[in-house]
Design a protein around this ligand. Structure first.
Ligand SMILES: NC(=O)c1ccc[n+]([C@@H]2O[C@H](COP(=O)([O-])OP(=O)(O)OC[C@H]3O[C@@H](n4cnc5c(N)ncnc54)[C@H](OP(=O)(O)O)[C@@H]3O)[C@@H](O)[C@H]2O)c1
Length: 242
């Protein structure tokens, strides 16, 4: 795990390697904070967003961000979008309420898995998957079952390094209205920090954990970071305010 004092050096060493990165889901709550932080830390020499629509950014800092607009139903036709990235972050996802059960499985399993396959074929060495607390391929709950299944199927692709993040409820000011998540956030926000710690985590902490992990070389082929590990690794410095 990256120690606070080692982070500046780890980041500097990482920058020197001129790596390229792609982000899936950069328009979402986690993805957009991730993109912002990647730009602020200046970690990669090339940044590509892969998504179903082109995003517009006003800030100068985003001017060199590449965008690949793809049709996720025909991802094989867009294999070139996935070529030549050293590191990939997948923050894709929908909800059953929004997309229906079938739509949820299509996005959270099929789109994620196909993207991972194309990324692997395109040379990606380190794949980072944002999954969920409780992910379990034998769960009776569709959400947890799908998260567990996609984790396992991506593992079969044998990336050189595969990091899975399993946060609890994501704490953020969500732009889209999701009443059940809003309630959960209120609930966890009202609990003593030590209790809330096990079940929820600010998006900014997740993003810090993902990047602090990525810059830290690991001999492990697979890393599984649960909610507590995300808190520990994500609080390692204070460059991002929650
Ligand atoms: N919310 C939580 O409390 C929580 C807790 C644990 C784990 N997670 C998991 O963490 C991940 C990220 O969550 P988040 O809340 O940051 O996500 P989010 O804000 O809902 O963003 C989801 C991203 O996925 C894209 N997406 C959704 N449906 C799509 C479709 N049909 N085709 C193509 N792209 C699609 C969205 O693109 P558009 O902008 O184009 O729609 C967006 O970029 C998800 O996998 C989620 O299950 C969430």
């Amino acid at each position: 795990m990256a120690k606070t004092e080692a982070l500046p050096k780890l980041r500097e060493d990482f920058r020197m390697q001129n790596k390229s990165v792609f982000i899936l889901g950069a328009s979402g709550e986690t993805g957009r904070v991730l993109l912002k932080e990647i730009l602020e830390q200046n970690l990669f020499s090339k940044i590509t967003l892969i998504g179903r629509r082109k995003l517009t950014f006003d800030e100068e800092a985003y001017k060199n961000v590449n965008q690949e607009v793809v049709d996720f139903e025909k991802l094989d036709d867009y294999a070139s979008a996935f070529q030549g990235h050293d590191v990939g972050f997948c923050c894709l996802g929908t909800t059953r309420k929004k997309a229906g059960a079938e739509g949820f499985v299509r996005v959270d399993r099929d789109y994620v898995l196909k993207s991972a396959e194309l990324a692997k074929a395109g040379g990606c060495k380190h794949f980072n998957l944002l999954s969920s607390k409780g992910a379990d391929k034998s769960s009776n709950f569709l959400y947890l079952q799908v998260k567990g299944e996609v984790e396992a199927r991506v593992e079969e692709l044998q990336f050189e390094r595969y990091s899975v993040f399993r946060p609890g409820v994501l704490l953020c000011d969500r732009q889209e209205s999701r009443p059940s998540e809003w309630l959960a956030r209120k609930f966890f926000g009202s609990l003593p920090e030590s209790w809330a710690h096990g079940y929820s985590v600010p998006v900014a902490t997740v993003v810090r954990a993902m990047l602090n992990n990525a810059v830290n070389p690991s001999g492990k082929k697979k890393e599984l970071l649960d909610n507590n590990a995300i808190h520990d690794l994500g609080k390692a410095d204070d460059s991002l305010k929650p």
